[in-house]
Design a protein around this ligand. Structure first.
Ligand code: GLA
Ligand code: GLA
Length: 663
């Protein structure tokens, strides 16, 4: 068997959709493995991730190795036609290592040691940890590099899930090296960090520390750089393991599972995507009215970080997880809908955590492909059905998503900086605002992409950049060029405020975008939790308002404040500029309030829904590899005859795939 169907770039003629899970055979007696193989075949599983948390099992002491069980698992999987995404097994250091070298344990901002007892208790910058992790990586690559089951390498696991911020002395030393690379001179660092403020001027590199526990508000530029550094430190670990793997097995692709989901914000994946041979993501739904849209948002962003190429869904759940305050089971149909939504947005593999639900341990109440109830269960039957549906969709494997005409810009730097402390409000949520715009676009039936700032923005007719807080001069110039070239830019409150050092653009907000928008703001006017303001277009604002002066007579006011301190002032503005336009929304409207504003703005940009009227808002459309994916956004049936050309109904939570031909 050849596993190059999983290797990128894939030949679409040979591509298949992967289907599988994390597989943890070491948790089970040997006879269960045979049951696993039979049930995996019945379900159509063709790939598993193996050995993710197996360090202590593989290397029970510093110079003791036990590969026998892993040899057997690899061989068994191979003889059953199942490929392996083999982990480097470095995610959870074993007790012998942390006992021998406690200096690999992370330290929190209050100086407390993060002890072993769970997982991922390692400092990304620890030279001792690095040495042991690379030794293990080398041992695995040497032993299994030529194994016929090996399809890909899985570096560590969810790098940064628990250990992104480490304030140890190792981190301090690495932070200083990182800062020297970035600023070269102390003068440049002092300038960038504005250290004249509160007597923070540094006269020696050795005085610099991570933003540990302080009396009050820590230096914001230092905090922002520490976030960048921490993301980079984990990326360095990825690169270090990858270097060993590429040296020993240059033909085997290397990936690691990202965590583009919810509020996981420490890792700048836009910056990591180029480091892997194919992008892989883990996604878990969070309860709430936008749960489904959030999945779509994350999947779409993952696809755009992958540059439009196919990517790999490494983990999601068949039903409930175990780590939310209340862990709700998925309703019938949701398992397939969630999986197929990822495929619609470019996933070439649908994998779960995990194959067989653990009988013990911290994740025993986390769902799996084979639940505690066993194969005679609704979950397992849904898994088998999904396997069959994926086989029928092999035709989309390796094929690209078709970009939309509208996009929401997603920027980690703005996420980090906009949510720092000591701001006009601490209630602002960057990702929620971005998601609200995405939901509003879907409510209008408009297909949208979610893209990092580095993406080819000119491709989009309508670009929504919510809370684009950090706008360095270069980005401001790109946005001006985008508008001059005919693009329609929409931005919001707290955008265009600071440069890359978190230094305010002076002369009135939003400094970097002021002229483009044709407005000027002297003061922010955030709202208290209970405050609401009415706009004259019938919508209601919360969270934020601005005291806007319209400075360019060509700027049109699309909505005015009717109540509150800004009553009589502009709330939403639009300015034609060059061949395009630039619009500003100064308050939080939420999806329902954004929809009418967006309908107007999209109309001005010439962007309309591709869906027939009865489907708009009820159905999400994604276009990939000559297929239209119609995803029911509601809990009710939707008549989709207008698309299929025959009487047809999309069941609640259902997904219908229509072959349209073409790319
Ligand atoms: C105190 C301090 C000032 C300043 C203000 C801000 O009064 O003495 O330096 O921080 O708070 O409100
Ligand atoms: C993460 C981890 C898995 C498991 C799941 C549970 O994605 O990678 O090992 O803990 O969460 O949801």
């Amino acid at each position: 068997m050849h596993n190059d169907w999983l290797r990128w770039p894939t030949d679409p003629a040979r591509a298949r959709l992967g289907f599988g899970a994390d597989y943890n055979p070491e948790q089970w007696p040997r006879h269960v493995w045979d049951e696993d193989m039979r049930a995996m075949r019945a379900a159509g599983v063709n790939i598993v991730s193996l050995a993710i948390f197996s360090w202590a099992r593989i290397q029970p002491a510093e110079d003791t190795w036990d590969f026998a069980w892993l040899d057997e698992a690899m061989d068994l999987l191979h003889s059953n036609g199942i490929a392996v995404d083999l982990a480097t097994a470095t995610a959870s250091p074993p007790p012998w290592l942390t006992t021998l070298h406690p200096q690999i344990l992370p330290v929190d901002r209050e100086g407390r040691t993060v002890w072993p007892g769970a997982r991922q208790h390692w400092r990304p910058t620890s030279p001792v940890f690095r040495e042991h992790a690379l030794r293990l990586t080398r041992a695995l690559a040497t032993r299994y590099g030529g194994h016929p089951a090996l399809a890909a390498w899985h570096v560590n696991n969810e790098l940064g899930c628990h250990n992104v911020y480490d304030y140890s002395d190792d981190a301090a030393a690495a932070f200083r090296r990182w800062l020297r690379d970035r600023y070269t001179t102390l003068e440049a660092l002092n300038e960038a960090w504005a250290t004249t403020f509160w007597s923070q001027g540094y006269s020696d590199w050795g005085q610099i520390i991570p933003p540990r526990l302080v009396t009050s508000h820590p230096n914001p530029a230092q905090q922002l750089d520490f976030k960048r550094f921490s993301s980079d430190a984990l990326k360095e670990h990825l690169r270090a393991e990858r270097a060993v793997l590429r040296e020993l097995t240059p033909e085997v692709p290397v990936t690691t599972n990202f965590l583009l989901m919810g509020e996981t914000k420490g890792m700048n994946y836009a910056d990591w995507a180029a480091e892997v041979d194919f992008v892989a993501n883990d996604h878990y739904t969070l309860p709430g009215p936008q749960s489904r849209d959030e999945l779509s948002f994350s999947a779409n962003l993952t696809g755009n970080l992958a540059g439009g190429r196919a990517w790999y869904l490494m983990e999601h759940s068949t039903s409930a997880v175990n780590w939310q305050p209340v862990n709700v089971a998925k309703a019938p149909g949701e398992l397939a809908r969630d999986s197929l939504t990822h495929v619609a947005h470019g996933a070439d593999a649908v994998c779960f955590f995990q194959w067989r639900q653990s009988a013990a341990g911290a994740e025993k109440y986390h769902s799996a492909m084979v639940p505690h109830a066993g194969e005679d269960s609704a979950v397992f039957r849904a898994v088998v059905d999904l396997g069959a549906r994926l086989r029928a969709l092999d035709g989309v494997a390796g094929r690209r998503r078709i970009p939309a005409r509208a996009a929401v810009v997603f920027d980690w730097e703005s996420w980090w900086a906009a949510e720092l402390d000591s701001h006009p409000t601490d209630r602002l949520r960057y990702r929620q605002e971005a998601l609200d715009w995405y939901t509003a676009l879907l409510d209008l039936g408009i297909r949208a992409d979610v893209v990092p700032t580095g993406a080819p923005l000119e491709r989009y007719d309508l670009l929504v950049a919510p809370i684009l807080h950090v706008v360095p001069a270069g980005l401001a110039a790109r946005l001006r060029g985008y508008v001059a070239g005919g693009g329609h830019l929409v931005t919001t409150y707290f955008s265009g405020i600071v440069d890359e050092h978190d230094r305010v653009w002076l002369g009135g907000y939003p400094g970097a975008l002021r002229d483009l928008l044709g407005i000027r703001i002297e003061e922010f006017a955030p709202l208290l939790d209970e405050q609401r303001v009415e706009l004259d277009n019938g919508t209601t604002g919360t969270l934020w308002t601005d005291r806007i002066d319209v400075t360019d007579p060509a700027t049109e006011v699309l909505a005015w404040y009717k109540t509150g301190d800004q009553a009589g002032r502009a709330a939403v503005t639009w300015r034609q500029a060059g061949a395009g336009s630039a619009a500003y929304v100064s308050t939080r409207l939420g999806p329902a309030g954004l929809a009418p504003v967006l309908a107007d703005l999209a109309g001005r940009a010439g962007v309309t829904s591709e869906l027939p009227e009865p489907l708009r808002g009820r159905v999400e459309l994604a276009v990939r590899g000559g297929h239209w994916f119609l995803i029911n956004r509601t809990g009710a049936p939707v008549d989709i005859s207008a698309v299929t050309g025959m009487p047809s109904t999309l069941e609640p939570h259902g997904v219908h795939v229509v072959r349209t031909g073409g790319t």
